[in-house]
Write a protein that binds this ligand. Structure first.
Ligand code: HEC
Ligand code: HEC
Length: 215
């Protein structure tokens, strides 16, 4: 276990170096400055039906927020759904409707330009501890803050490898962590996120999701 953690930590460290190259690889060709938010507003009407006009989900129990998420991350996720690297009955079908890369860039930039998702405070002590310093099983490798940034607000526009999770819907966070843990979602670079999720108990998943959604 420790050996594996070392290997993954090294991989993760590599990815921290040179945000620009990570952007190109990870975002599948989208770079900062690509896309037109105004065009994206019209082109994303279908998406707004679930993710909200301003990117705040219309149903917190089912749909994630996209507001203020990195454009490169949105771009990658939709492509992953299109390629079958990530699967969800509803969203895979929606992703298939976007047939032009330019449309997808415009849509991604539109949601990214919206007022960033934000939690309503609240706190969970066990979740906060896990977020800041990991747990016994994973050690500091599991500390969400290392990769998702202070308050889960990411590491800046030039590093869309690590998504914004602070203020994301709680039910969605729980589902993703369980999907990573069980292997249903496996589109994370170098298996970084699966590695973390597999070291979390269901109780810890609930606690950290409650904490992160409040940020
Ligand atoms: C009918 C509802 C619905 C519509 C319409 C819809 N989505 Fe989704 N979307 C979902 C659901 C459900 C998920 C969560 C999937 C999962 O659990 O993995 C999701 C997830 C996503 C994600 C992943 C978010 C993340 O943080 O990783 C992105 C990006 C996304 N949708 C973009 C879009 C875009 C772009 C459109 C328009 C072309 C769209 N969606 C239309 C239901 C919808
Ligand atoms: C070693 C780096 C790393 C650590 C530590 C880490 N993550 Fe992640 N996480 C990632 C990466 C990379 C992704 C994006 C995967 C992708 O591209 O699909 C991700 C994605 C996610 C997602 C999906 C977001 C979305 O919008 O779809 C959630 C939820 C998440 N992480 C929660 C956590 C939590 C909670 C912790 C702490 C317990 C944590 N992560 C620790 C690297 C990390």
């Amino acid at each position: 276990m420790i050996k594996r953690i070392g290997m993954f930590a090294a991989l993760a460290a590599m990815m921290f170096v040179g945000g620009a190259s990570a952007e190109t690889t990870i975002a599948g060709g989208m770079s900062t400055g690509d896309g037109d938010a105004k065009a994206g507003k019209t082109k994303s009407e279908l998406c707004q039906g679930c993710h909200g006009v301003n990117g705040i989900s219309i149903d917190p129990t089912t749909f994630p927020n996209l507001a203020g998420q990195y454009a490169g991350y949105i771009f990658k996720q939709v492509q992953d759904f299109q390629l079958g690297n990530r699967q969800d009955d509803t969203m895979s079908a929606m992703a298939a409707t976007v047939t032009s890369k330019q449309d997808l860039k415009d849509i991604a930039v539109y949601f990214a330009s919206q007022k960033q998702m934000k939690g309503s405070g609240g706190s969970n002590k066990a979740g906060a501890k896990l977020f800041k310093s990991g747990n016994k099983k994973l050690g500091n490798y599991g500390a969400c803050v290392r990769c998702h940034g202070k308050n889960g607000k990411g590491k800046g526009k030039n590093n869309s490898l690590f998504p914004i999770i602070g203020g994301q819907q709680k039910a969605y966070l729980i589902k993703q962590l369980k999907d990573f843990k069980g292997g249903k979602r496996a589109n994370d670079p170098a298996g970084m996120m699966a590695m973390v999720a597999k070291g979390l108990s269901d109780k810890e998943i609930k606690a950290v999701s409650e904490y992160v959604s409040g940020l």
